[in-house]
Design a protein around this ligand. Sequence first.
Ligand SMILES: [Zn+2]
Length: 405
Amino acid sequence: MVKENRLSHSGEQRESGKQQVIDTIRAAGSIARIDISTATRVSPATVTAITAELIDVGLIEEIIPDVPRQDAKRGRPRVALKIRGNAHRIAGIKVSHRVISVVLLDFEGNDIVGHEMPLQQACMSVSLLCTEIMNALAQACGKGGFDVSTISGIGVGLAGLVDAKRNFVYWSSSLDERNVDFGAHLAQHTPCPIFIDNDANLVAKAEHLFGKGQNVSDFVVITIEHGVGMGIVINNEIYRGSRGCGAEFGHTKVQLEGALCQCGQRGCLEAYVGDYALLREANITNGGVGHRDLGQLVEAAQSGDQMACSIFDRAGRMFAMGLANVVNVFDPKLIILSGARLSFDYLYSEQVIQEMQRWVVQVDAPSPEVLVHSWGDLMWAKGAAAYAIEEVSALAIRELASSEK
Ligand SMILES: [Zn+2]
């Protein structure tokens, strides 16, 4: 996907200087040249040269910020720099169990279009999933009144084991085969760069940029959907593991030779707390009839059905045990429980959090903060778009640096 450019040492320096400058501008929203120099410790002269070049290629632009009147009196307002929104149009796509969600953002990260396309089936062939993704993207672009060819980069979030660096999918509940070079397949449908990652990593990215993880350098996000996922942010960066498939919280083992998981192994946490696991149990004890969806099971529990209550109770305790293990391993400052559906309320309950605290190693310091953040699939897609914006930005800088060799 990404062209490897062999840069000379000074070329690398130039590239990293440019990247630092553009990252600083993006993080600040708008910022004066002298403040970029202070933040990056790059000399004012070099910042001036770099920003001139970035303006020249259209990645950033100058603005005159609104200054309060009393400040304006003191002299000419300082010119600031910001990312040029129109520089690129970026797509973020999240493939869920029953729907594909698409957001289109400008290069600054502003929303242009949000769109959801229902899926007929949850698990499909590689070629069908590529077609469905491209259909959803075309529909979103149609809604915005522009052509798919105007998109500069596509971020895609999939559930499962994904090596983001290679756009390679080891396993996903959305695909009917393992070990798929999914980036290469998708690239046959579109010329623009594609960036694929595990969906929970993208939620962590979205939480870090737009959500409850803003200005928090180290935190853990647990996602609850059809499966259970985790994203780890360490030192402001996503931790992915050596093969790109770390942080598989849902497949940590909680029971020896336990319940069968959708990954094919036994005893995974997900096989006790995922929606399919709860329905499986409900339908065993119910003689295979009755509860078709989680909503019905939730209603039964709310109306006092003992069998339904015991299923949710056990799932909650299993989940609390998993959370306590995460705290005991990572000791994060913050845990964000992130999910879209209210039906997962049983995992967010006060009782579950208290139970978790009981199993956390006890020291004379407060346990990590646990925050619940419910949001829709479009926010997951926004995380995918944010990832693509970062990568498109890095590609643009790399091209710029290599053209100067
Ligand atoms: Zn599993």
